[in-house]
Write a protein that binds this ligand. Structure first.
Ligand code: GLC
Length: 423
């Protein structure tokens, strides 16, 4: 019988160890010293190659809590696939901290992959107001805002000045200039991110929102896409390809390919995130000194950008939740937020940086960007956002490639989104 006692004692030890583990996890949110140690941070491709240097700052001062950066692919969808595959492995998951797209917070929280966080550990009241909402689900904070983003229209200032016209404020002006001015200079007219992936969902949502339409309501439970406004939004993009002022090759563009086309001097207008403006303005870029940025146009005046960016979340299964929370506070603090802009060319989440005279001198688009972020519309908050996005990408790509009319595309969106929402 002695082996039974031994086994019983083993079980008791196991229970104590497990309880200790859970308790140390819970304490992470209360700021105790439990759960400290090294971390891995997974992120989508670091397009401006700055994150390593930011993490070096932490690693130097936190030798027992060093962070190892795991860089996943550039495309949001591929990063999503790799992160979710990893998180589904539960305790065998490799990632402690995840730099997740703002549109994934609900899905990751609803699946229990990321931990709720204590609001008072993070400087939330220093952030631009819309960004905090992207980090909450069910009224609970599940991530800490890190980078925000809003789409801008980049244009060739040198060419528009020569032609004596202002940059477009409406779709009609954009279309006219793209059609009539671009060919004179041997350029393509307009491009965005039109490959079927998250970037196309963003571009399609911007067109639909700018026309006054919507895609889903009530946190993803109601399909609202069946409207004339949504049709007009999709028609704007489909018409561009049909009429040639959006080049067919733009149907394969993600952020980087479209930025390259603009930077190489092949495009008159580009919808992209601000990092592309910084890249194209930099010394050595063929269009340096020749470009400008304005808010995205809409049917009768400025349009609506989708709110982009990323939030930092902590994996449910991390063994070092306290270090993870401390890292989140560090990365959302003033010093690193300044570096996010100055080294990473990415829009910080801290509000005061947008009014810092020195930064505004160096990054003249900051006031336009601030206005665009404050009026940007979030993507639908759905625990099935990944499926919602797949539907939008596929349908809008078919419409842009001329395989579906905008009317048929809207009907198909309504039907396929209803199928996602009803499951
Ligand atoms: C940018 C945005 C992100 C968006 C992605 C689409 O990374 O910050 O929110 O989902 O582009 O490609």
């Amino acid at each position: 019988m002695r082996w039974i006692h031994a086994a019983g004692r083993g079980l008791l030890v196991l229970v104590v160890v497990l309880t200790g583990y859970v308790a140390s996890g819970a304490r992470a949110d209360e700021g105790s010293a439990g759960g400290r140690g090294p971390l891995t941070l997974a992120t989508a491709g670091d397009l401006t190659g700055y994150l390593g240097s930011v993490l070096e700052g932490w690693n130097r001062t936190h030798p027992d809590e060093k962070v190892t950066l795991v860089e996943l692919p550039d495309s949001a969808d591929e990063t999503h696939a790799q992160m979710t595959t990893d998180l589904r492995a539960g305790e065998r998951s490799r990632f402690d901290v995840l730099n997740i797209d703002v549109s994934w917070t609900s899905e990751f929280a609803a699946h229990g992959w990321i931990r709720p966080l204590a609001r008072d550990r993070f400087p939330l009241d220093t952030f631009l107001p819309p960004v905090v909402d992207t980090a909450t689900y069910d009224e609970q904070l599940y991530a800490v805002p890190y980078v925000t983003n809003a789409g801008l229209l980049l244009y060739r200032r040198d060419i528009l000045t020569k032609e004596g016209v202002d940059p477009p404020r409406t779709w009609a002006e954009l279309e006219k200039q793209a059609k009539t001015i671009a060919p004179k200079y041997g350029l393509d007219g307009y491009a965005g991110q039109f490959l079927p992936y998250e970037g196309l969902t963003v571009n399609a949502a911007e067109a639909v929102y700018s026309a006054g339409g919507s895609i889903l309501g009530d946190e993803g439970e109601r399909v609202t896409v069946n409207s004339m406004a949504a049709r007009d939004g999709i028609d704007f993009l489909a018409r561009g390809v049909r009429e040639g002022w959006i080049p067919k090759r733009a149907l394969t563009y993600k952020e980087e390919e479209s930025k390259q086309a603009f930077e190489d001097g092949r495009l008159l207008f580009l919808r992209n995130w601000p990092y592309a403006y910084v890249g194209a303005s930099a010394k050595g870029s063929p269009v340096s000194g020749k470009i400008g940025a304005v808010p995205l146009p809409g049917p009768d005046g400025p349009g609506t950008s989708v709110l982009g960016g990323s939030n930092l979340a902590v994996s449910t299964h991390t063994e070092h939740p306290d270090s993870a929370a401390r890292l989140l506070a560090y990365l959302s603090g003033e010093r690193v937020q300044r570096q996010v802009l100055t080294r990473g060319a990415l829009p910080p989440v801290r509000a005061d940086l947008y009014e810092d005279p020195e930064l505004v001198r160096e990054f003249p688009y900051l006031p336009t960007l601030r206005a665009s972020v404050l009026t940007a519309a979030p993507r639908p908050k759905s625990p099935r956002y990944d499926q919602v996005s797949l539907v939008v990408q596929a349908v809008v790509h078919d419409a842009m490639a001329g395989r579906d009319t905008p009317e048929a595309a809207v009907r198909r969106l309504a039907r396929e989104l209803a199928a996602v929402s009803s499951r």
